[in-house]
Ligand binder design. Structure first.
Ligand code: 5CA
Length: 158
């Protein structure tokens, strides 16, 4: 679609370049939080993909976790998997490394490359919904196809 916000068009292009055709929907209502997104999309909170940016405590490298809206990340468990502790960066850092503002962070199409991991709980659904660059733009996708397009390793996050 040509009338999508510029941030959403960037996500659409990045998905296409990664072999994933997506149909972005700009909702009338906010999809800023997982709960709001579930309401707008008419799906369960568990089918919402939260795109959460962390930072490796020793490497300083950004890490993107794609997490079911129903789950809370066990930071210690994920850190053990990654081999370093995780820190939660501030909103300015998230914006800098992703190119998007919090509430609309997409799972792919970022300003810098992000080591990406996806919550195995998302893979049980036929369709999940993820943010598409703005706090009102979302897209549905098969989770396995999303994992492949995002180059995400499947892990247990909690
Ligand atoms: N659009 C929805 C779902 S599609 C969405 O983006 N949800 S989210 O969970 O991925 O994004 C909100 C998350 O941003 C919060 O769960 C929280 O982890 C993070 N966040 C909120 N405020 C801040 C902040 N000031 N600094 C860093 N991270 C924040």
């Amino acid at each position: 679609m040509t009338d999508l916000p510029e941030s959403a068009r960037r996500v659409e292009e990045a998905a296409r370049a990664a072999g994933l055709e997506i149909a972005i929907v700009e909702m009338a209502d906010s999809t800023r939080t997982a709960e709001e997104a579930a309401g707008a999309c008419g799906c369960s909170v568990a089918q919402i993909v939260k795109s959460l940016v962390f930072r490796g405590a020793t490497s300083g490298k950004p890490v993107l976790l794609l997490v079911s809206g129903a789950n809370r990340v066990d930071e210690k468990g994920v850190a053990a998997h990654l081999g370093e502790k995780l820190k939660r960066p501030d909103a300015a850092y998230v914006r800098e490394v992703t190119g998007y503002a919090i509430g609309g962070i997409p799972p792919l199409g970022h300003a810098t490359p992000l080591a990406t991991y996806i919550d195995r709980d998302l893979l049980q659904y036929d369709i999940v919904w993820a943010a598409a660059g703005t706090p009102r733009c979302v897209f549905p996708t098969a989770p396995q196809a999303l994992a492949e397009a995002a180059g995400a390793e499947v892990i247990a996050v909690c």
